[in-house]
Ligand binder design. Sequence first.
Ligand SMILES: Nc1ncnc2c1ncn2[C@@H]1O[C@H](COP(=O)(O)OP(=O)(O)OP(=O)(O)O)[C@@H](O)[C@H]1O
Ligand SMILES: [Mg+2]
Length: 642
Amino acid sequence: MSTLVRTARPEDVFQDLFRTHETDQTGSKYRKRLAQVAVTNGKSLIIDFDDLISFDPALARSLVGNPDDYITYATSAATAQMRVEDPEYAEHVGKIFARFRRLPERTALRKIEGELIRGPGSHCPFCKQSTSFELIQEQSKFKNTQEARIQERPEDLPPGQLPRYLDIRLEDDLVDSARPGDRVSVTSIVRAEKQTVGERGRLRTFNIYLDANFVDVVGKETEVVEITPEDEKQILEASRDPWVQRKLVMSLAPSIYGYEDVKEGILYLLFGGTAKHLPDGVNIRGDENVLLIGDPGTAKSQLLQYVSRIAPRGLYTSGRGTTAAGLTAAVLREKTGGMILEAGALVLADKGVACIDELDKMRPDDRVAIHEALEQQTVSVAKGGIVATLNARAAVLAAANPSLGRYEPHRNVSENINLPVTILSRFDLIFIIKDQPEPDYDSRMSEHILALHRSKTSPETAPFSPEFLRKYISFAKRISPVLTPEAVTELRDFYLKMRSKGGEEAAVAITPRQLEALVRISEARARAFLRENVTVEDAKSAIRIMTVSLSDVGVDVKTGAMDIDVIMTGKPRSLRDSFQRVIETVAEMERETGTVEETVLIAALVDKEKMEEREARRLIGQLIKEGILYSPKPGRLKRTAG
Ligand SMILES: Nc1ncnc2c1ncn2[C@@H]1O[C@H](COP(=O)(O)OP(=O)(O)OP(=O)(O)O)[C@@H](O)[C@H]1O
Ligand SMILES: [Mg+2]
């Protein structure tokens, strides 16, 4: 009779599973796991739901149908088996929790609704009556609990919706099993509890929360893009084309006209270099950061949104941010009075690409925290009793407008943009997109845009579809290309040449940051070809794109020489020299007269230093603004220090 089989106690069936499932010479799968639990001082046995289904489908169904009871049965079975495995340890911990993972049915956060709720209110586990408890401290046992909040993944978000979130309760060893920004799959029971106001006031509405059985931190390393063997064949075939890299660039945002160099830079950002973890604990980022500074209406936002869609794990946000957490993180006060940590865009984009539009308009708090996020790829918070360091290993593609609305060619980058040089220097590539009327280009671009509006498809036929591009990129990211000796020589020679060029004029032309950027870009190009090694061609291409970017921003507008100091210190060398000359003149005159009459100073600069009067006035104005000079009396000047 089949009913006889059913009469087996669920505890015993669970214990059978633990004892016998997947047994080899060294024991069964779960006995090995239990031994591991004892060694690592663990408190829970993790059970793969698949095993339960193949072992006893009826039991698996019962578990889903009545999780409260069946988790209890499984827990007693795990504890009983631990008593067999390691009696001493079982005695020591008292209880081994059964935790289930990888249930076949998953519910998206957005789909969690009323019917999934089990057991509102607090029941007494013995008499099953709904009661309210009183705390008797001496007779109570206390355990660790934690409230966390899970939020929808950005890529699951329906257009135009705010991300939903749910509170989740963690107990015992689940506490701290995930960190902010982690992607998790949670096995849990949906519960509701009466909302209360103050001590007594009970509302007629319920709060939903998840009572967690297991928190599986997923998708940290594994890619979210699925690649079938068929895809793999296509990818490998495409990669054999010597023009594959050009084709990839052409497939990137085909609806946006031109910008070949910018698109090439973005392509390298999508592939990325490899992160290096040195034995002494130093990490060097592999992610590339790219900044677009451009006039209004030059398709920057369009490009960013495109990239956030195509990038595996892409995220688009504005510098202003939509939540209190902004770009980095924020400590907020909860309804109940506690402090909680909310992760910002860069933390949420961990292991992906963060597209930040309007970077120049970010909040002052972010301005400070983003320094660390861009280079060390972490976000540290120490506020309101919360001290934490969150991972923000994201490649950043940012866009910003020039501070004066339009890019002023006779000013240098840092004068053109409302961002400190310390932030600028953290971008591997900076591109300036100027909107200059050019009859030829304009006519081709207008044709392009009009054709696009007429046919609603891209006029240029892109070699690869966006889906294919996405798959290609995530496939390529599995490769960690290594620099060949020839590539090393190429990069080193370029670096040394640039350094020595600067040397003649006593200005540093290029810094180690650029050298690291060159390595990353070369590695990214090797990935685009699915190559294991970085060749001389990769190095040459990296040098070319870097030169384009540097000449966009780094050209000393006065001498025409390349000068990375523009990015690094905010002033080109020639300008710093002019400032120096003004300061020296003031110092000389101070020695004679104490304070310096402005008109006399200007005359002296025009006369001796061969400056133009307008230039002299501008330099003086700038020095006053920077607090190096001040006027003790109208029309008179003095150095602040000295
Ligand atoms: N090169 C181009 N090819 C195709 N479309 C373009 C190009 N340049 C601009 N456009 C179009 O111009 C419009 C404005 O672009 P977008 O909003 O991205 O500008 P933006 O650079 O972000 O400007 P802002 O700095 O003011 O935010 C878009 O509809 C875009 O498609
Ligand atoms: Mg824009």
